[in-house]
Design a protein around this ligand. Structure first.
Ligand SMILES: Cc1cc2nc3c(=O)[nH]c(=O)nc-3n(C[C@H](O)[C@H](O)[C@H](O)COP(=O)(O)O)c2cc1C
Length: 178
């Protein structure tokens, strides 16, 4: 298990294959706790969560996404919502949701679990709300599929840093100014 935040960041991979081992509710609550400690504009904490571990609800949710096999394989799901009545700024509240979700993914890693952020399911957010018996006050941001990783062979890559850093402004050392 990673000891530091940087280790968790670099080790984390999207996990899409899981063992049959159940995920403890206490671990799911810890993952949510990490989520709610994300920053939010004005500290408005607009996020809300639904925890799912039962077979019937997972099966119903699996029918709302192209990634049904992942939803069925994961022993637990956490649906992450924005409460539209708690929101104050469209952009900033969505940014807060992203920060919350990333905290949750890193907590999952720290707990020895694996997860993948499912976004494709948002195409059917109305159906998801119906299944979870939630009104349109709650706007689905993502579903996290969580479980114990079947393996950790996932590979991922990133472009080099210089592809992203547009400019660096820095002091020029005196010796170079002559
Ligand atoms: C907004 C968002 C939506 C995503 N939606 C899906 C999805 O629907 N299905 C899926 O398998 N992975 C999904 N992912 C995971 C990405 O595919 C994954 O993070 C990316 O390929 C990089 O791999 P890594 O997470 O292992 O580094 C999503 C990630 C984000 C941030």
């Amino acid at each position: 298990m990673p000891q530091t935040v940087l280790e968790a960041i670099y080790r984390r991979r999207s996990i899409r294959e899981f063992t049959d081992e159940d995920v403890a509710l206490s671990d799911l609550r810890e993952i949510v706790r990490a989520g709610i400690w994300a920053p939010s504009g004005l500290n408005n904490q607009p996020w809300r969560f639904v925890l799912v571990t039962d077979d019937e609800t997972r099966k119903k949710l699996s029918e709302t996404t192209h990634y049904s096999h992942i939803v069925l394989a994961a022993r637990a799901l956490i649906a992450v919502y924005l409460d539209t009545e708690a929101m104050y700024d469209e952009v900033k509240d969505h940014q807060a949701a992203g920060a919350c979700i990333e905290n949750m993914l890193l907590a999952t890693e720290a707990l020895g679990l694996g997860a993948v952020w499912l976004g494709q399911i948002l195409k059917n957010k109305k159906e998801v709300n119906q299944i979870l018996d939630l009104s349109s006050q709650y706007d689905l941001m993502a579903v996290l599929a969580i479980g114990y990783p079947l393996h950790r062979k996932q590979k991922s890559s990133r472009k080099g840093l210089d592809a992203f850093i547009l400019k660096t402004f820095q002091e020029v050392p005196d010796v170079l100014q002559k």
